[in-house]
Design a protein around this ligand. Structure first.
Ligand code: PLP
Length: 383
């Protein structure tokens, strides 16, 4: 096996060693229940509050606005569910055709249960038409849910503008910010956002822990019902060690943010410009101006992306075709198809996503291997 070159950081990320170190004592020594009345339990309770403060600091909101959950999918489900519980007369949902399956599949299920869903399309850059969005919001709209950054293309939606439109029209607004957190600066205190989802494993924290921001003036109906944990907003004994990890991961992400914008972007741009210069018939998919600094989604004319993934894997390179959730299925990426790309170009696309743990040396090795893999596949296809 070759040395691993992990360029799939939008699928999941390596746990930062400092994050692991911070969480370990809560898996060994400090096993008290955070809801217990004695000091041994309260020590864990205090650690949860420190984590809440750290998450809030990264988001620019108040600690009381953070609810810990089990995954980004649970957070997005909980936000939409809450909005639908609030008002019997508001049961319409507005979303986009390029959401992550956490939102997409949930909305498809809601449609089967009788909810009306408006699916907003995107243009060839992957951008929404904000007039169309405004017109889609009705008197019976419960919630508008639009992702901040697309996991496949990295395309950023103008969330502050969208949130202002939704607020003016009187509906609730949720944004799936799982890919945006730690990659772009944001401040919720000034935003007109009711709910925001983030997930630990996309920002160098272990899998299975996440958070939902609920604006303090927004009413919330819990999704997981039981004990009074998380101020009664999310029952179940907290995953203490992982929550401590999420707090640390957010603290580090905040410190690293200015460098993310420069250094990770520099790696991505070096990779992308070299590929475009060296490989004929390579093109960037999506709005390259309004985009995450770490993502490059490229199509390679006459190349089957599944074959490319297999050959790259043999060289130790991890990347993806479409999102991880659609890999292995026969469908081309719903995001690229929504952008109007042909089935053929969508099936010839690869996503490379970088993180602060990638090195220039790794990127250069990937740049040596990729052109060979693409030529080999083209030779095979022509034969
Ligand atoms: C990964 C991801 C999710 C799901 O988060 P999980 O913690 O894996 O459930 C949701 N939305 C986006 C945009 C993602 O990239």
């Amino acid at each position: 096996m070759n040395e691993l070159i992990y360029l799939d950081n939008n699928a999941t990320t390596r746990v930062d060693p400092a994050v692991l170190e911070e969480m370990l004592p809560y898996l060994t020594e400090f096993y008290g229940n955070p809801s217990s009345g004695y000091r041994f339990g309260q020590k864990v309770g205090k650690a949860l509050e420190t984590a809440r403060e750290r998450v809030a600091a990264l988001l620019g909101c108040e600690p009381g606005e953070i609810i810990f959950t089990s995954c980004g999918t649970e957070s997005t489900n909980a936000a939409i569910n809450s909005a639908l519980q609030m008002d019997r007369d508001r049961q319409h949902v507005v979303t986009t055709r390029v959401e992550h399956s956490a939102t997409l599949k949930h909305c498809e299920t809601l449609a089967k249960r009788g909810h009306e869903i408006t699916w907003l399309g995107v243009d060839e850059r992957g951008q929404l038409d904000l007039d169309e969005l405004e017109k889609s919001i009705r008197d019976d709209t419960a919630i508008v849910t639009v992702m901040w950054a697309n996991n496949e293309t990295g395309v950023l939606f103008p969330i502050d503008e969208i949130a202002a439109i939704v607020r003016r029209k009187g509906a609730l607004f949720h944004t799936d910010a799982v890919q945006a957190i730690g990659k772009i600066p944001l401040r919720l205190a000034d935003a007109k956002i009711n709910f925001l989802s983030l997930s630990g494993h996309k920002l160098h924290c272990p899998k299975g822990v996440a958070a939902l921001y609920v604006n303090r003036r927004t009413k919330f109906a819990p999704y997981v019902i039981g004990g009074g944990q998380e101020s009664g907003k999310r029952a179940g004994t907290e995953n203490a060690a992982s929550i401590v990890a999420l707090g640390k991961a957010c603290e580090i992400a905040g410190e690293y943010l200015p460098r993310e914008g420069r250094e990770v972007r520099a790696l991505r741009d070096h990779f992308e410009s070299t590929v475009l210069a060296q490989i004929e018939g390579a093109q960037v998919n999506g709005d390259s101006e309004h985009r995450l600094p770490n993502t490059s989604n490229l199509s390679f004319e006459s190349v089957d992306s599944e074959g490319a993934l297999m050959l790259l894997d043999q060289h130790g390179i991890c990347c993806s075709s479409g999102s991880a959730c659609t890999t292995g299925s026969l469908h081309a990426s719903h995001v690229l198809k929504a952008m109007g790309l042909s089935e053929e170009r969508a099936r010839a696309s690869l996503r490379f996503s970088f993180s602060r743990f990638n090195t220039r040396n790794e990127v250069d090795r990937a740049l040596e291997i990729l052109p060979k893999v693409i030529s080999k596949l083209r030779r095979l296809a022509a034969a």
